[in-house]
Design a protein around this ligand. Structure first.
Ligand SMILES: [Zn+2]
Length: 654
């Protein structure tokens, strides 16, 4: 191997304004006398010893450089260099008695084609030995040794010759590209050369926008990668798979250039003579949104059952019984003004302090980060002041240690900020976080909650974050507009985003304010992926309600089972008179139909006897508001008495 220092000594002697732009990669003013270079356009690599000038297209290696400037080239005849030369042969080469197939060498043919190129082409075409054959342009592809091993014949009869399966055009130039610049992926060879001529650093896929060659590790060294394909469907469809492949291989998020609206179909870089449209397309570029990398496997890893039983794969641990598991994703959903954000805060406090939540076990305290988008900061802080009093009194140390929060500032532009990236950075900075409470999912991304595929992709990313950082998410979600009057229940289908969202979630908790008593919040767990109770008992799909202490500490207490569930979904305003009537009836223990009819005269405006007898009494019995003691005798149910007064007094406490 040639010593990089020796190579540097050589270049340093003749090149001015040398600047490092990457490992072994440098730029400088062009030292060749024919090229008066003002901006450093000369590039050399001390590892490969090769150079290329983006201004005058001169190229070579340390040997040719030394020879040109009258220096001794012998130090640069490396072992590698010599062995490479001997392998290239037009006939069969015998290496240690073993016959090897010689590498394809189309170099001479390329030179023939190149002689036909003519003069009307940029220097880059000559430097890249582009040729002409039967009226079409021929782009040679070079192998590692600088020999041509493939051709791409340009339109109209596009075809290839030689080793041309998924290649990068100009791959051999990358070693000269400064790493402090963007690497641009263009759609075709002409585009790549046009960009090179304009002072950009480009490559293109031999298959155009449709194919993705193996992603090169060296891409990672650049300032960034920008994909700029043609202004047509193939170009627009081709950019995302390329960007995704780069993300999968290197974890880099590419940018995609966007042409000006109204440009003709199929407009491309080579059409843009003065380069203005390209600059505009670059200015309009946007960040690609990758799907989480999915390592595709060719088959299942099969192990014997006896081996499998020896494996100790623990079930995900419980964070909050029935509600949240380690690495799990839980949705807490409700319509507006039910108190879901406040319930999320309370759950966060319970997890941070290891306090049971409404009777659901929280086995141990864990580190929680609370991320809030929903409200003005002052409002959230005001709520937290009230909500945390009890927790701070009982567990001041745990609260300080385990509960942190982030409030999205007003000036944080949610439209341009990828919140998942923010989440990921938060987790990188604070890897001990076990749970992220996120309020709310609708505002976490710029994706519209009405587009299932887009949502699915976003949720996949979130799942990948869960696994990668071993963190659980409690996401506050919205209900769509539901006609509760008709449905009289809470169902997963009511959650905004629909099936993709609820399929993705491990657990789902849904809330709705009771229409009978506004301080009662109906509480139903509609999905539990992993059951922890050894007998399999859960509260899934049990009709429950909790008391919301709206005027006090904004905490939820008194979880209880509800039997007259459907009645709690009737719109309150329609039931004012029914409630008033029931309250009157509730003053008695058992009453007869006649007494009920007499009572009806007392409410204003009075209700007809026919309505009471034919509609109200049967309906109240059906809702469980009244119990029929015996024929013609009723009483207001205990549960209803509680609802009419204060749900915290009694009720079936769980
Ligand atoms: Zn030059």
């Amino acid at each position: 191997m040639t010593d990089e220092m020796t190579v540097m000594d050589l270049y340093e002697k003749y090149c001015d304004r040398i600047k490092s732009t990457g490992s072994s990669q440098y730029t400088s003013l062009c030292p060749f006398p024919d090229h008066p270079d003002r901006n450093p356009s000369f590039s050399f690599n001390t590892l490969s010893t090769k150079y290329y000038c983006f201004g005058c297209s001169v190229s070579g290696n340390a040997i040719t450089f030394a020879q040109f400037f009258g220096e001794d080239p012998t130090p640069f005849y490396s072992d590698d260099y010599k062995s490479n030369r001997t392998l290239i042969n037009n006939g069969k080469t015998t290496v240690k008695n073993k016959t090897v197939t010689p590498k394809l060498d189309l170099t001479d043919k390329a030179e023939e084609y190149h002689e036909n190129l003519g003069v009307n082409y940029d220097d880059e075409y000559h430097a890249q030995r582009v040729g002409h054959h039967k009226g079409v342009l021929v782009f040679p592809y070079f192998d590692k040794d600088g020999n041509v091993d493939g051709f791409k014949f340009h339109k109209p009869k596009e075809r290839t010759e030689g080793n041309m399966k998924k290649r990068w055009y100009l791959e051999w130039m990358i070693e000269y590209y400064p790493r402090n610049e963007f690497l641009i992926i263009a759609e075709g060879e002409k585009d790549a050369l046009t960009l090179l001529h304009k002072g950009y650093y480009a490559v293109s896929s031999s298959g155009g926008a449709r194919t993705v060659p193996d992603i090169l590790k060296v891409f990672k060294e650049f300032k960034g990668i920008i994909i700029c394909y043609d202004n047509d469907k193939a170009g627009r469809d081709g950019a995302p798979p390329m960007a995704q492949a780069i993300y999968d291989a290197l974890g880099i998020i590419c940018q995609i250039a966007k042409w000006r609206d109204g440009l003709p179909d199929k407009y491309d870089i080579s059409d843009d003579k003065d380069g203005k449209e390209f600059v505009f397309a670059m200015d309009q570029r946007y960040e690609f949104r990758p799907n989480p990398t999915n390592k595709t496997r060719k088959g299942y890893n099969l192990i014997s059952i006896t081996e499998a039983l020896k494996l100790d794969i623990p079930k995900p641990g419980m964070i909050v019984e029935d509600i949240l598991n380690e690495c799990g994703n839980t949705l807490l959903a409700a319509t507006d003004n039910v108190g879901k954000s406040m319930m999320a805060n309370q759950i966060a406090c319970c997890i941070a302090t290891g306090t049971d939540f409404l009777g659901y076990r929280v086995p141990k305290p864990r580190k929680v980060a609370l991320v809030q988008h929903e409200m003005e900061n002052g409002e959230q802080l005001d709520r937290l002041h009230k909500q945390t009093v009890r927790f701070l009194e009982m567990h001041p140390d745990l609260m300080t240690k385990n509960l942190s929060m982030h409030i999205i500032e007003d000036d944080e532009n949610l439209l341009v900020t990828d919140q998942f990236e923010v989440i990921e950075n938060t987790l990188i900075n604070d890897p001990d976080i076990d749970v992220m409470v996120f309020d709310n999912i609708g505002q976490s991304t710029t994706v519209e909650m009405s587009k299932p595929d887009a949502i699915r992709n976003e949720l996949k990313r979130l799942k990948a974050i869960c696994r990668k950082y071993n963190v659980a998410f409690l996401l506050v979600a919205h209900h769509v507009k539901v006609d509760y009057d008709k449905h009289m229940d809470m169902k997963k289908e009511h959650i905004q985003g629909g099936k993709p969202v609820t399929d993705w979630a491990d657990n789902v908790v849904q809330l709705q304010t009771s229409s009978i008593n506004p301080s009662l919040v109906l509480f139903k767990i509609t999905k539990i992926r992993s059951v922890h109770d050894k007998d399999g008992i859960t509260t899934k799909l049990i009709n429950q309600a909790v008391r919301f202490n709206q005027d006090n500490d904004l905490l939820f207490t008194n979880r209880m089972a509800i039997s007259n569930w459907e009645a709690h979904f009737k719109a309150t305003d329609k039931y004012d008179r029914e409630m008033e009537y029931l309250r009157e009836l509730g003053r008695r223990d058992v009453f007869t139909t006649l007494e009920a009819l007499n009572e009806s005269a007392l409410i204003t405006p009075p209700i007809s006897e026919a309505t009471i007898k034919g509609r109200w009494l049967p309906k109240f019995c059906k809702y469980g508001w009244l119990e029929k003691v015996r024929h013609g005798h009723y009483k207001v149910s205990d549960e209803m008495k509680v609802m009419l007064n204060d749900p915290s007094l009694t009720g079936t406490q769980l």
